[in-house]
Write a new protein. Structure first.
Length: 529
């Protein structure tokens, strides 16, 4: 059975704190969702702002292969004909094949928020749905606060659904707007609604918010009870605690329950889709996000890594490739020799327990000092080279100095000076930067790029600082993790010191050296044709 996926990232998702999609962002996301096989894409409320209005003008020019774009709006205003309501007119002017109309299901909202009679609310729902239907639109009805409304006044909540069904809604979506309903109640209510509306030719949908961290469970409960449309957002973005995460819902429906969702070939692109939306929204990835997070298939404990090396199903509920993710074996003080073995395959030391033990001991000693290699695999690779006696430095770090001046009250000037030795050549360079790390990076590049041109291809993409032993106050050690990237890959390096500049310097130097080793290995072992 197919479950229709209705994405509201562009409307409900954009109501999340700190999220603001540009018009171009919305068009790009629409295109990507369409390529994935999402059935319905809610573009926004055309009357709410000029950007949403323009979106519906622009999206008509796009050649979508699968998805239907949906305009969202409210029922007509009180005591006015649907044909004269400006909100409904804007909804129809968007010229989308489908419109979604939201109305009140909770008598509390009807009487206290709208300030109208219960009968007038029913008329508003029926009039709005039937008016849009007569104008040639397929109409979805969002029953806002349905589960709270049913809890307070079940008879009236069901009457609002009947009004929408009588008006001609093809799908009635039950909304857990406050996100406070439990999964078993969701399932029970869906069955009740399905039975109550069985004389009408309409489907049931579900729209859950995540205020109790149950949105995915609630959505799955609704589908298992008869809902055939799921509304949500990519990565669960949205107001307060967010909407249901469509990434998790899609993966669970397809993999665990064998429902048909999206395009058949799209499931392995879920991780890519998740990260694409994070990037456009300018949000950090959630490492622990189910299915698609960078830590979703990461293994750290020695017993775990040992078992996964023999058979991945021992600690993985699915093959990460199914959703486009990958397995990670993390190096830490908890690692056993099986972890070291998995991370050092290219060095062919599987049968040399003495070397593996030496590497593990060094990792444990450094982690005791504050190092952490989980996000710094490049620094770990350099550590392995040193332990195996195959490390040859590409340059000598002779000295560095960072100076920060404030010639003007509102202006800082940061200057870094580095002295680097390459063979018998000593290079002494100075660079200004936006801060000490940027200045150091600039000076290092000035010194090294003329000798190693490939370093010009890499760039720093992230910089993180963490206090290691906070009880030491201002004398505490800090751990700096730097992420770097070139055209083919990204890598992390780490430095630890009581001095944040020194910690940054150590991480920077590791990053540059790793790049040079990586390039050398690529030359020595060219890819097979």
């Amino acid at each position: 059975m197919r479950v229709a996926i209705y994405d509201t990232s562009l409307r409900d998702g954009s109501q999340g704190e700190g999220i603001n999609f540009s018009l171009e962002d919305k068009l790009l996301i629409t295109k990507r969702l369409d390529e994935m096989g999402v059935d319905y894409i809610e573009g926004g409320y055309p009357l709410s702002n000029p950007k949403d209005f323009e979106y519906f003008q622009q999206i008509r020019k796009q050649d979508l292969r699968h998805a239907k774009v949906v305009a969202f709006g409210m029922t007509r205003r009180k005591n006015i004909a649907a044909s004269e309501d400006v909100g409904l007119k804007a909804l129809l002017d968007a010229e989308t094949p489908v419109v979604t109309i939201v109305g009140k299901s909770w008598d509390l909202h009807v009487e206290e928020i709208l300030g109208i009679s219960l009968e007038e609310n029913l008329a508003m729902i029926a009039d709005s749905v039937s008016h849009c239907l007569k104008k040639g639109r397929e109409v979805f009805y969002d029953a806002e606060h349905f589960f709270d409304g049913y809890q307070a006044n079940p008879e009236y909540a069901l009457k609002t659904l009947v009004a929408a069904a009588q008006g001609g809604a093809s799908t009635i979506i039950l909304c857990d707007t406050n996100g406070g309903t439990m999964p078993e109640i969701i399932g029970d209510r869906v069955v009740i609604v399905k039975n109550h509306l069985k004389s009408f030719n309409c489907a049931i949908g579900i729209h859950c918010h995540n205020d109790c961290e149950l949105a995915v469970a609630n959505t799955l409960s609704a589908v298992r009870s008869g809902a055939t449309q799921v509304q949500g957002t990519i990565n669960g973005i949205g107001e307060r605690c967010g909407n249901v995460d469509l990434i998790s819902v899609i993966a669970n429906l397809a993999i665990k329950y064998s429902y048909e969702v999206l395009r058949p070939e799209s499931l392995h692109k879920l991780t890519e889709l998740s990260r694409y939306v994070y990037e456009i929204a300018n949000m950090n990835f959630r490492n622990g996000q189910a299915f698609v997070g960078s830590s979703a298939f990461a293994h750290k404990g020695g017993m775990h890594t040992h078992a996964v090396g023999k058979n991945p199903i021992t600690y993985e509920h699915i093959d990460p490739k199914v959703v486009g993710n990958e397995r990670k074996i993390l190096v830490s003080e908890l690692s056993g020799q099986s972890t070291i073995l998995a991370k050092t395959t290219k060095y062919e030391i599987a049968h040399d327990r003495e070397k593996m033990g030496r590497i593990l001991a060094q990792v444990q000693d450094l982690e005791n000092e504050g190092y952490e290699f989980e996000a710094a695999e490049a620094s770990f690779d350099l550590l392995v080279k040193k332990c195996l006696g195959i490390y040859q430095p590409w340059f000598q770090r002779l000295s560095y100095r960072v100076n920060i001046e404030s010639p003007l009250a509102d202006h800082l000037v940061t200057e870094a000076t580095v002295k680097i030795g390459v063979g018998k050549d000593v290079r002494h360079e100075v660079s200004e930067g936006d801060g000490p790390v940027n200045a150091l990076d600039g000076a290092l590049r000035k010194a090294l790029v003329p000798i190693y041109p490939s370093l010009a291809q890499m760039q720093l993409v992230d910089y993180k600082v963490r206090v290691v032993n906070a009880k030491a106050g201002t004398a505490a050690r800090v751990r700096v993790v730097i992420e770097s990237r070139d055209a083919s890959s990204s890598w992390g390096t780490v430095g630890v010191s009581e001095n944040i500049i020194e910690a940054s310097w150590l991480a920077l130097v590791d990053s540059l050296e790793y790049k040079l080793f990586k390039d050398q290995e690529n030359i020595e072992t060219p890819k097979k044709s």
